[in-house]
Design a protein around this ligand. Structure first.
Ligand SMILES: Nc1nc2c(ncn2[C@@H]2O[C@H](COP(=O)(O)OP(=O)(O)OP(=O)(O)O)[C@@H](O)[C@H]2O)c(=O)[nH]1
Length: 298
C-alpha cells in the first residue's frame, strides 16, 4: 500500500512537471492530429493566435497557416517523422493580423497513433527589425533609392547573369550641373529637395527592372539590364531632357550631365564604372546638360 502510494506520488509529480513545462512555455506548443486538427494546445499558442483555448481546440492547421494549402499541410504532416522538421511560415490570427513564425515539428506515436508535436515561436518583431536594418544598410536616407554599396552588389549579380546567359547591360551615370550654386542660392534644404525631385523624375522614366542608385553627393547611377548602348543612350537623352524641362518649385531650371556605357565582353565592374565616369567627365567638359557615351572601342 505504502509502495503504491509512492508510485502514485511520483507519477503525479512527473505530470505536474510536464504540465508546468507545457503551460508556462514562452513558445506556443500545439499537438496535431494527422487530419490537421488540434489535439492539444497550450495557453501561449491560443494567445499567439488570439483565440480562446476552446476556440483553438476546434481549429485545423489551415485555419491559421497562410503559406501552405490544405493538401500541402496534410502532406507535411504525413512526412514529419521523429527526426523533426524546421520551417518558417506565416499564420493568420483571429483578428486577421499576420504573424511570422518559426516551427519545429516532430512526429511521434502516442496511444497507438501518430501525433505531430509543434513548437511555435513568434518571430514577427525580429523579422521587422531585420528588415529595418536591411533597409537602412541598403538604401539612401535622403532619396530612398539604393545606396552605392547595394548598387555594387546588384551590379555584380547582373554581371554574373550577363556572362552566364550571354546578355548585355548598360550603365548611365549622371551628375547635377553646378549643384554647388543651387545649395549656395537656395540652401541645403533647397538642394535636398532638388535631389529628391530629380530621383523621382528619373524613377518615373525608367523601367521597373532598371536600378537607380545614389552614388554619392549629387551623382547617380542607373543600371539597365539587358539593354545595349543605343537603347541606353535613348534613355539618357530622355532623362537629360526631362530634368532640363522640369520647373523645380521655388528654384527654376536645373540640368544634369550624363555618361553612358555598354558592358564589354568579360569586363569587370571597376572597368565599367571607370568608363562611365570618364564619359560623364567628358559631358561636363563639353558644356554640361548633355549625354556622352563610350562605345567600348579602343
Ligand atoms: N543639398 C545637398 N547638397 C549636397 C549633398 N551631397 C553633396 N552636396 C553638394 O553638392 C555640391 C557638389 O559640388 P561640385 O562637386 O563642385 O559640383 P557642381 O557644383 O555640381 O559642379 P559640376 O558637377 O562641375 O557641374 C557640393 O556643394 C556638395 O556640398 C546632399 O546630400 N544635399
Amino acid at each position: 500500500m505504502e509502495k503504491e502510494r509512492k508510485v502514485e506520488d511520483l507519477i503525479s509529480d512527473e505530470l505536474a512537471l510536464w504540465r508546468i513545462l507545457f503551460e508556462q512555455s514562452r513558445d506556443g506548443l500545439v499537438v496535431l492530429e494527422m487530419d490537421g486538427s488540434v489535439y492539444r494546445a497550450n495557453q501561449r499558442y491560443s494567445d499567439m493566435l488570439g483565440y480562446s483555448p476552446e476556440e483553438t481546440a476546434k481549429l485545423h492547421v489551415w485555419d491559421w497557416d497562410i503559406q501552405f494549402s490544405k493538401e500541402e499541410i496534410l502532406e507535411l504532416l504525413r512526412v514529419v517523422d521523429t527526426s523533426g522538421a524546421h520551417i518558417e511560415t506565416q499564420q493568420r490570427r483571429k483578428d486577421g493580423k499576420i504573424i511570422d513564425v518559426e516551427l519545429s515539428n516532430n512526429g511521434a506515436f502516442y496511444k497507438g497513433k501518430k501525433l505531430i508535436f509543434c513548437i511555435v515561436r513568434d518571430v514577427t518583431e525580429r523579422k521587422r527589425i531585420e528588415e529595418k536594418i536591411h533597409r537602412l544598410a541598403t538604401t539612401d536616407g535622403l532619396t530612398g533609392i539604393v545606396n552605392r554599396q547595394e548598387f555594387n552588389r546588384i551590379l555584380e549579380d547582373e554581371l554574373i547573369r550577363s556572362s552566364r546567359y550571354g546578355t548585355t547591360l548598360s550603365l548611365i551615370m549622371y551628375d547635377l550641373d553646378h549643384f554647388k550654386d543651387i545649395n549656395d542660392h537656395f540652401g541645403h534644404d533647397g538642394g535636398d529637395r532638388v535631389l529628391r525631385t530629380v530621383v523621382g523624375l528619373v524613377n518615373d522614366s525608367i523601367r521597373s527592372s532598371d536600378v537607380q542608385a545614389r552614388w554619392g553627393g549629387e551623382e547617380f547611377m542607373v543600371l539597365l539590364p539587358q539593354s545595349g548602348l543605343a537603347a541606353a543612350e535613348r534613355v539618357a537623352d530622355k532623362l537629360c531632357e526631362t530634368i532640363a524641362q522640369h520647373q523645380f518649385a521655388g528654384i527654376g531650371a536645373v540640368t544634369a550631365s550624363f555618361g553612358v556605357v555598354e558592358l564589354k565582353p568579360g569586363e569587370n565592374s571597376d572597368s565599367l564604372e571607370k568608363r562611365v565616369d570618364d564619359a560623364l567627365y567628358r559631358a561636363k567638359a563639353r558644356g554640361r546638360n548633355r549625354v556622352e557615351s563610350d562605345d567600348g572601342g579602343p
